[in-house]
Design a binder for this molecule. Structure first.
Ligand SMILES: [Fe+2]
Ligand SMILES: [Fe+2]
Length: 244
């Protein structure tokens, strides 16, 4: 399917300059050296296989929501966020993510490919992302902005209107999450080109006919799964035609 076509060989999909700028150089390091066909393989962890169709796409969205839903409680439990305002905000976002998980599971019904308990979180990877306030908030920004790129990128491929409605009702909330956390960091509300994990030259041209700050760029599922792998918080192998 055309939406899976990558405009690059996979190298340099993530901007090292951007990752360094926000103190998150661990992100994307694997991508800069290799393109994994299976992400974060771990013996014993359930393999997540996503097909290049509506069911695969929405299950992949569910995975992103699961990761977000796992991140915020862990961030709050770290004790590194001490401002009442920031605690309240991250707690609210975490509640939204839990609601997104529940909603997508309801929409998918019997088409759900995995349960929350099937996910094998990498505790070391997670700990590295919640070691201080800056890491937590900047990771949240990356996660939320990635969600926007991912939902928008999957949208054109969805054919089931119920799935499309579900995705559309979530993506705008992810955008608000990103802007909200950005404000906590006194960062601009919108993502600059230089901050994006996927560089302009690696954007899929078919998915991105318009460019500029007035628009959100669309990532292919493969670009998203590579970005997810760069977080190093999931040990489940990921494969399937959606991300091949
Ligand atoms: Fe979400
Ligand atoms: Fe979110």
């Amino acid at each position: 399917m055309t939406f899976l076509a990558l405009s690059s060989g996979g190298r340099n999909l993530l901007s090292r300059r951007n990752l360094m700028k926000w103190g998150l150089c661990g992100f994307g390091a694997a991508l800069l050296t290799t393109v994994p066909k299976t992400v974060m393989a771990q013996v014993g962890a359930k393999t997540l296989t996503f097909s290049a169709d509506d069911v695969g796409i929405l299950n992949f969205a569910l995975l992103l929501e699961e990761l977000e839903a796992a991140f915020y409680p862990a961030a709050l439990s770290s004790g590194k966020i001490t401002s009442p305002r920031e605690i309240d905000y991250l707690r609210a976002i975490g509640n939204h993510e839990a609601a997104h998980v529940k909603f997508l599971r309801q929409v998918l019904g019997s088409n759900v490919l995995f349960q929350t308990a099937d996910l094998s979180l990498n505790q070391a990877g997670l700990s590295a992302l919640i070691s201080d306030r800056s890491k937590i908030l900047n990771t949240a920004v990356i996660l939320e902005d990635l969600g926007v790129h991912a939902y928008n990128g999957a949208g054109p491929s969805l054919t089931n209107p119920t799935y499309l409605l579900a995705a559309g009702s979530i993506v705008s909330v992810e955008g608000r999450h990103a802007a909200g956390v950005r404000s906590l960091l006194n960062r601009p509300a919108t993502e600059a080109d230089s901050e994006r994990l996927v560089r302009d030259t690696n954007l899929n041209a078919e998915l991105n006919p318009v460019k500029g700050q007035a628009y959100d760029e669309l990532y292919t599922p493969r670009q998203v799964v590579e970005a997810v792998g760069s977080f190093k918080i999931l040990d489940n192998p990921i494969n399937g035609s959606l991300v091949a």
